[in-house]
Design a protein around this ligand. Structure first.
Ligand SMILES: Cc1cc2nc3c(=O)[nH]c(=O)nc-3n(C[C@H](O)[C@H](O)[C@H](O)COP(=O)(O)OP(=O)(O)OC[C@H]3O[C@@H](n4cnc5c(N)ncnc54)[C@H](O)[C@@H]3O)c2cc1C
Length: 381
């Protein structure tokens, strides 16, 4: 099945898509099994992606980025996610870059964004704590001002790119009073940072190539100049204003995974024989595939609209929340259908649909759980 042409694609983006696809096929897909076995993609591939201009594609060229917009990012996510390359945490890297772009001081942007774009620094965003996930107001990691440094104590859990990250956008409490007003974001460079420790890569259901980790801070000194935006107490506002971007990325990744899985399933059932004919020829297979293709097409139409809205700076929280929960719920259903059509092979990690099925489960949990998305939507009704 030909993918539906997205209305936002053009010739320049088609060329980018071709080069990302070539890069992914040559330098990522052949290594995915090794990455999954060692639970990390390693730093080298980040630098290679940076050299090719595939990082920070929607960051202005004056900061070393690609000077494009969210369509360029979407093209990269689509090519990676159609291939099930879930270990390369480009989404959180870009989200970290956007915190800097949208809220950083001129000095913070100029000193950090070019290094993120080159893949010299790998970005992470660290909000979640053992006692604070959905309810971020419960964050306890403390940053106390002493002279021109903050002294940070606390820990974070489930942090994507946690082991490789050279730059962490860290949510801390700069005011001990409860609630969201005392929250701030610190820009933490990790190399040689005294008192900072990364735990082991967490043992997950899927996304085995992702170096998701716990982070520990014990009397870590961070210069005051690394408070994002320079004004304390802005953390919750900064975080809320960037969430639609993050949720759009999750939606784009979800639709691309469904498209990749569906294409692989159609190929598979056309060559797999049972009862003297290709599995594709059974009416059940044809009807299931017709249903899946329709569901994926509807999701594509919705996410294309969201992508256009991000480009125009118009993706609101409610629409982004709708895209996040609905697409990721659908993603699980569609991938389940693809696994079923593969029979026993669909349960084998060697097959793309198996890896995608396990990888996709977390899409309904991170970036704000789907239940929280529904809360946000309901509040607007
Ligand atoms: C693989 C992976 C990668 C991650 N990457 C990152 C990362 O890079 N950075 C980061 O900061 N975090 C990351 N997270 C954390 C993720 O964002 C949180 O796990 C998520 O927000 C949920 O928080 P929690 O796990 O504490 O669950 P809880 O908040 O304890 O939720 C438990 C259940 O209660 C439900 N619930 C909670 N509140 C409500 C409510 N008001 N109404 C209805 N239901 C509710 C939830 O929906 C959920 O079903 C990652 C998690 C995973 C698993």
């Amino acid at each position: 099945m030909e993918p539906q042409g997205s209305p936002w694609m053009n010739e320049e983006l088609a060329l980018l898509r071709e080069s990302v696809a070539r890069f992914a096929d040559a330098e990522m897909v052949p290594k995915d099994a090794e990455w999954r076995a060692r639970h990390s993609v390693g730093a080298g591939i980040w630098q290679r992606a940076g050299e090719q201009g595939f990082l920070c594609t929607d960051i202005p060229a004056e900061y070393g980025g690609g000077g494009g917009d969210f369509r360029h990012e979407a093209v990269v996510y689509e090519e990676l996610n159609r291939r099930g390359l879930s270990g390369f945490g480009q989404g959180v890297h870009s989200i970290a870059a956007h915190y800097l772009l949208n809220h950083g001081t001129a000095e913070q942007r100029a000193s950090l964004l070019p290094r993120l774009a080159r893949g010299e620094l790998i970005g992470a965003i660290a909000f979640t704590e053992p006692g604070a996930g959905s309810d971020l107001k419960g964050i306890r990691t403390r940053a106390e001002l002493g002279g021109d440094h903050y002294v940070v104590n606390g820990s974070k859990i489930f942090i994507s790119n946690g082991q490789l990250a050279g730059l962490i956008v860290l949510a801390v409490r700069t005011d001990p009073a409860p609630g969201s007003k005392g929250l701030s974001l610190l820009l933490v460079e990790t190399t040689g940072l005294a008192g900072f420790k990364v735990g082991r890569v967490l043992d997950k259901m899927g996304m085995h190539a992702q170096d998701t980790a716990e982070l520990f801070f014990e009397d870590v000194r961070i210069p005051r100049s690394r408070l994002l935006g320079g004004v304390p107490g802005q953390g919750m506002y900064q975080l809320m204003s960037d969430l639609p971007y993050e949720r759009a990325i999750i939606g784009v990744a979800g639709v691309a995974a469904m498209e990749g899985a569906l294409a692989a399933t159609i190929d598979y059932v056309k060559q797999r024989q049972a009862f003297g004919q290709p599995v594709f020829e059974f009416q059940n297979s044809r009807f299931r595939l017709a249903e899946l293709a329709t569901q994926v097409r509807v999701a594509r139409t919705f996410i294309d609209r969201c992508i256009e809205r991000v480009v125009r700076g118009e993706l609101d929280t409610v629409t982004a929340s709708m895209a996040k929960w609905w697409i990721t719920d659908l993603q699980q259903q569609v991938l389940d259908g693809c696994v079923q059509l593969h029979g026993g092979y669909g349960y084998m990690n060697e097959y793309l649909v198996c890896r995608m099925f396990a990888d996709s489960r977390v899409q309904r949990i991170y970036g704000g759980t789907n239940e929280i998305m529904k809360e946000l939507i309901a509040r607007s009704l």
